[in-house]
Design a protein. Structure first.
Lengths: 289, 214
C-alpha cells in the first residue's frame, strides 16, 4: 500500500475522512479485494498497537475517539487483547525460531560452506598435528642420542682423568717456572737434601735462598755439581722479604744446566767497598724426567 | 446464519467463481466487507445484517443483471443500514438512547462478546479455536503475533522469507487467518451462550414447576 493510500485508510478507520470521501473509499474497498485486505490488515495492526500500548499518545486518543465508536469494534479490540494475552502466556518451544534452521537455500548454502571450511580446517589441523608429533618424536630421539654421546664422552673423560692420576703426581703438566725454597743448615747432609723434579721440556727454575741474617749490601751465588765444578754464577743479587717471612735471595736459573744429581749453591755477601764473604751453602738434588 | 437454502447458496457460490474453493473464499471476503461497512456505520448486529444483505443480494441476482456483485452488495448494505435506523427511530424514544447513540433496550451481541472474551469462557473458546486451525495457520498466527514489537518485526521478516512471499502478502494472509479465528471465537461464544440460556430456561421451568406444585 502506498503511503498516501495507507494514510487515507488510516483516516477512514479513525473516522477522520469527510462522509463523502469515506463512502468513496468504502466503495473502492468493495471493488478492490487487495485494498480491502490492506485496509483490514492496517486495522488489525492499529488495534494490536493500541492493545500493546505502542500507539503514541495523540494517536491513542484519536483511536479511542474515532475508532472505538461501536460495540463491534470494541469487541475487535477485546479479541486482540485476548489473543495477545493468550500468546504471551504460551511460549512453546516450537514457536521459537530454530538457531540452526535450514529453511532457505541461502541458509543451507551458508551452513554448507561453514561445514566445508570446518572440515578442511580440522583436517589440516590433524595433519599438522601429526607432523608436529613426528617432529617432536624425531627431536626426542636426537636428544636421547646426544645424551648417550654425552654420557660416553663423560666416561671417556673420566677414564682419561683416571689414567692421568694413575700416571702419578709427578707427571703433571709442566709449569713454566719450578720453585724451590732452600734453607741453610736444614739441607746439609745427603739424607735431608731437597729434591727438585724438573719435567721435560725444561722450564725456568726459581730458587729462594733463605738467609738468617741480612748483613750485606749485595750477594753472589754460584752453583756447583757433585764433582765440585762451578756450572753457573751470578752477582749483584739483592735480598727481599721471603714467602715464609725473613729474608730471601732469589735465583732464576734455566733448567737446562741441570742434570739429575746433587748440587751445591754457594752464597757470598759483600759490603759496600769490601770483598765477598762466605754466607751460606745450600744443597739440593735434581731429578730430570 | 442467513436464510438461504442450500441450493440458493450453491448457486450464489457458482456465480462468484467456477471453482468452489475460490468461490467460498470470495464469499468470505464479501461477508467481511459487509461486516466492516456496518461497523463503520455504527449499526448493531453487524453479522446478522451482513447475512441479510447477502440474502437480498442472492434474491436480486435471480431477477436483475448485476455487473459488479461487490458494489451491488455495498449498495444493498447501505439501504439496510438506513432501514434499520429508520425503524429504530420509529420504535425508540429519544430518552431511551444511551451514550453511544444506540437504543438502550437493544443489546448488541458484541457487548456480550466483549465481556465474555475477558473471562474463562472466552479464553476457552480462543484456545479451542486456535487448536482447530490447520497447523500451518496455527503456526502463522502464533509467529505473526507473538513477542514484543522488534521481535515481531524480525519474526515476520523470517516468516515471509521462509514462505517465499512479501511482507505485505504475509500480512494479508495473517489478517485473513485472524478474521477466521475471530469468527470462530464469536461462534463458539454464541454456542456457549445458547447452551447456558437453555440450561437457565430449563432450571427456571423446573423451579416454576416446583412452585406450582406447592
Amino acid at each position: 500500500m502506498t503511503s498516501s493510500r495507507q494514510e487515507r485508510a488510516l483516516q477512514y478507520l479513525l473516522g477522520k475522512l469527510p462522509e463523502q470521501e469515506a463512502v468513496e473509499f468504502e466503495e473502492q474497498c468493495f471493488a478492490d479485494d487487495a485494498l480491502f485486505e490492506e485496509m483490514s490488515a492496517l486495522e488489525n495492526d492499529l488495534i494490536d498497537s493500541f492493545v500493546r500500548g505502542e500507539l503514541p499518545e495523540a494517536e491513542r486518543r484519536q483511536f479511542e475517539k474515532g475508532y472505538l465508536v461501536t460495540p463491534a469494534r470494541r469487541a475487535n479490540v477485546q479479541f486482540s487483547r485476548a489473543l495477545a494475552g493468550h500468546l504471551s502466556a504460551t511460549t512453546p518451544a516450537s514457536t521459537q525460531p530454530a538457531l540452526f534452521s535450514l529453511q532457505t537455500w541461502p541458509e543451507r548454502i551458508t551452513w554448507a560452506a561453514i561445514a566445508v571450511v570446518l572440515f578442511v580446517g580440522v583436517s589440516w589441523m590433524m595433519v599438522a598435528n601429526r607432523r608436529l608429533h613426528r617432529e617432536i618424536d624425531s627431536m626426542r630421539a636426537q636428544q636421547a642420542e646426544f645424551r648417550r654421546q654425552e654420557k660416553q664422552l663423560r666416561l671417556q673423560i673420566a677414564k682419561l682423568d683416571a689414567q692421568m692420576q694413575q700416571s702419578g703426581a709427578d707427571q703433571q703438566v709442566a709449569p713454566e717456572i719450578i720453585s724451590l725454597v732452600l734453607t741453610p743448615g736444614l739441607n746439609r747432609g745427603d739424607a735431608a737434601a731437597k729434591k727438585l723434579v724438573i719435567p721435560s721440556p725444561a722450564p725456568l727454575v726459581r730458587i729462594d735462598l733463605y738467609i738468617e741474617q741480612d748483613d750485606y749490601r749485595s750477594y753472589r751465588a754460584s752453583v756447583q755439581n757433585a764433582e765440585g765444578r762451578r756450572i753457573w754464577e751470578t752477582k749483584d743479587l739483592k735480598s727481599h722479604a721471603g714467602p715464609q717471612g725473613g729474608k730471601t735471595v732469589t735465583l732464576e736459573i734455566s733448567s737446562s744446566i741441570f742434570q739429575s744429581g746433587d748440587y751445591l749453591i754457594k752464597l757470598d755477601g759483600k759490603q759496600a767497598n769490601g770483598p765477598f764473604e762466605e754466607v751460606e751453602d745450600y744443597r739440593f738434588q735434581v731429578v730430570k724426567r | 446464519m442467513n436464510k438461504l437454502t442450500r441450493e440458493e447458496f450453491a448457486a450464489f457460490l457458482a456465480v462468484l467463481d467456477d471453482d468452489r474453493s475460490r468461490a467460498a473464499e470470495k464469499y468470505e471476503v464479501l461477508r467481511r466487507k459487509l461486516v466492516k461497512l456496518f461497523e463503520r456505520q455504527q449499526c448493531i448486529h453487524t453479522e446478522e445484517l451482513a447475512d441479510e444483505t447477502i440474502d437480498r443480494l442472492v434474491k436480486k441476482l435471480g431477477s436483475e443483471q448485476v455487473r459488479d456483485i461487490s458494489l451491488f452488495a455495498c449498495g444493498i448494505a447501505r439501504n439496510i443500514c438506513l432501514e434499520v435506523r429508520r425503524k429504530t427511530h420509529r420504535l425508540v424514544s429519544i430518552q431511551d438512547y444511551n451514550q453511544d447513540g444506540l437504543p438502550s433496550g437493544d443489546i448488541d451481541p458484541e457487548e456480550s462478546i466483549i465481556a465474555e472474551l475477558g473471562n474463562a469462557r472466552g479464553l476457552e473458546c480462543l484456545a479451542s479455536c486456535l487448536e482447530s486451525l490447520p497447523l500451518d495457520y496455527h503456526q502463522l498466527i502464533i509467529k505473526y503475533y507473538q513477542g514484543e514489537k522488534q521481535v515481531r518485526i524480525k519474526q515476520r521478516k523470517d516468516l515471509a522469507k521462509k514462505r517465499g512471499i512479501t511482507i505485505e502478502a504475509l500480512r494479508s494472509e495473517a489478517n485473513g487467518v485472524r478474521d477466521k479465528l475471530r469468527s470462530c471465537v464469536h461462534k463458539c461464544l454464541a454456542r456457549k451462550r445458547q447452551v447456558a440460556a437453555s440450561k437457565s430456561n430449563a432450571s427456571l421451568t423446573a423451579r416454576k414447576g416446583e412452585t406450582g406444585d406447592e
